[in-house]
Design a protein around this ligand. Structure first.
Ligand SMILES: [Zn+2]
Length: 351
């Protein structure tokens, strides 16, 4: 990719530079990574008092999630957007940094306006994390995966085993934490070799995971999206398992809305089945970070898979298209959360 693409802000120093310009939002250190790196969250919109008396699970046990978060009709929906859970998946980092720039200045780093998005943003409490796994990002020696060949991409993401062979996906999940089994530790992992996506959520190994789940518990987000990179596949939402059926239906409704939006923009989107049956055969699918986030707060929780523009077969988007595809996602999250004619019907998880 030409270095002229100055909007491609994927370095940890780019994040710092962006955050140092934040005036409308509030920057807060969320956690320190295993490798001693700061993880920040940027907040827009005041935190409202939901009258918490219990955690989400206990409130459900009492038969009323309002004991956890009582969200009145005009409460601002809470949206959480998380980039860089896999530190080398740069597309989401670039997107969150550009979104922050937009909310601060009215233009993204390309100088483009997204007035509807900015207007809608005021109606939410937004929690934006540019990079949840800075250790993984720091280990990636390049600033873009655009035009990177497939094997090199696998090396950067999942790393190598002790014998030097590539640690591919999903075999990279067979050892966890992977640190002692790896030669080159891929950018998937924090410095302790933990893949945050598959931490032990009942006793988190990584302080990154613990901090994210604590944030979710405190904030009661109605809608969380983690931004991932899905190689050269069409853009899609990875299916999330172990959600209650009514949440799965809501997730599928959003999936369909997103499919329509990408079609209108001429961007390639694959409609996955968020209602796919599971659990009747062995092994069961994984209860991952996206599932855990729902169970900590009751909200919708997605794993967004971006196209990565690799030099490999499949779909290959340009850097511009990759950023645009994230702005489409953000816009549709806002629209969906505001509901038909802004009724907020879908927006608040507790209503
Ligand atoms: Zn990922």
């Amino acid at each position: 990719m030409a270095m002229a693409e100055t909007f491609w802000k994927s370095r940890l120093t780019d994040i710092d530079a962006c955050l140092s310009g934040v005036a409308r939002g509030k920057v807060r250190r969320l956690a320190v990574s295993a490798g001693g790196r700061d993880i920040h969250v940027v907040e827009y919109g005041e935190k409202e008092d939901f009258g918490r008396r219990a955690n989400y699970g206990s409130a459900c046990g009492a038969g009323n999630p309002e004991h956890y978060a009582r969200k009145v009709k005009d409460a601002k929906p809470v949206l959480l957007i998380v980039g860089g859970v896999h530190g080398g998946e740069l597309e989401g980092i670039v997107a969150v940094v550009n979104l922050i720039r937009l909310l601060e200045t009215g233009e993204d780093y390309r100088g483009r306006r997204h007035d509807e998005l900015v207007e809608h943003a005021r109606r939410f409490r937004l929690l934006l994390i540019p990079c949840m796994n800075p250790d993984g990002r720091a280990r990636l020696p390049v600033d873009t995966l655009i035009d990177v060949p497939h094997d090199e991409f696998v090396y950067y993401m999942q790393g190598t085993w002790k014998d030097g062979t590539l640690c591919s996906w999903p075999a990279c999940k067979a050892v966890h934490p992977i640190k002692d089994a790896a030669d080159f530790l891929g950018s998937y992992f924090n410095d302790d070799g933990v893949n945050l996506m598959h931490d032990n959520f009942f006793a988190p190994m990584a302080r990154e995971t613990a901090a994210l789940l604590e944030l979710v518990d405190e904030e009661a987000p109605d809608f969380t999206v983690q931004l991932h990179g899905g190689a050269n596949t069409d853009i899609h939402l990875y299916p999330i398992y172990f959600l209650p059926p009514y949440v799965m239906r809501k997730q599928q409704a959003f999936n369909q809305q997103l499919a329509d939006a990408y079609k209108m923009r001429g961007l390639p989107f694959a409609l996955t089945d968020q209602l796919a049956p599971y659990g009747e055969t062995y092994p069961a699918p994984s209860f991952n970070l996206a599932s855990a986030i729902h169970h900590a707060c009751g909200g919708m929780s997605f794993t967004f898979e971006s196209n990565m523009g690799l030099a490999a077969p499949g779909t290959k988007l340009t850097p511009d298209e990759i950023l645009d595809s994230h702005f489409v996602l953000f816009e549709e999250m806002f629209r969906f959360s505001l509901g038909p004619e802004g009724t907020g019907e879908y927006g608040r998880s507790m209503v």
